[in-house]
Write a protein that binds this ligand. Structure first.
Ligand code: FES
Length: 150
């Protein structure tokens, strides 16, 4: 295993074991529930938006290491971002996981999220890595329906 790959795994494991922003946010403006029917894992995303900017974002729930780490790193990367930036980051992240085609612009946008690039080799785990992101999208759209990855 290459050093880089090992480093990436360490980052993911660190976030899975000690997820950041792992709490409910009672005064959040928007929430949504996400569910991966393949495994039964569920999570809830809380987000506070002011003036088109994500002021705060957090999550709760139980998931696998990849889904927990992805949710944790998503909350870290999106705080303080405008909704336009959030959409661009989501699209880059999705491309990274599904096609591997991402431009230099995306490297900058993705930052640490690039550690999830290896997940592309395991299609089933792509749903784990994107669960929190789809749930966030639903929260931002104000969707009342729980999000399913299927
Ligand atoms: Fe359930 Fe990953 S195995 S979200």
């Amino acid at each position: 295993m290459s050093d880089l790959r090992e480093l990436y795994q360490e980052v993911i494991l660190d976030h899975a074991k000690n997820p950041r922003n792992f709490h409910a946010m009672p005064d959040s403006v928007r929430t949504a529930d996400g569910h991966n029917p393949l495994c039964g894992d569920r999570l809830k995303v809380f987000v506070k938006v002011e003036d088109g900017v994500i002021r705060d974002v957090s999550f709760t729930g139980a998931g696998c290491a990849i889904s927990t780490a992805s949710a944790s790193m998503m909350t870290e990367s999106l705080k303080g971002r405008s909704l336009v930036e959030v959409q661009a980051i989501f699209e880059s992240f999705h491309d990274l996981l599904t096609t591997g085609n991402h431009a230099d612009r995306d490297e900058e946008l993705l930052g640490k999220l690039a550690v999830f690039g290896g997940v592309r080799e395991f299609p089933v785990r792509v749903k784990c890595a994107t669960l929190a992101w789809h749930t966030l999208q639903a929260a931002l759209k104000g969707s009342a329906e729980p999000v399913k990855t299927e």
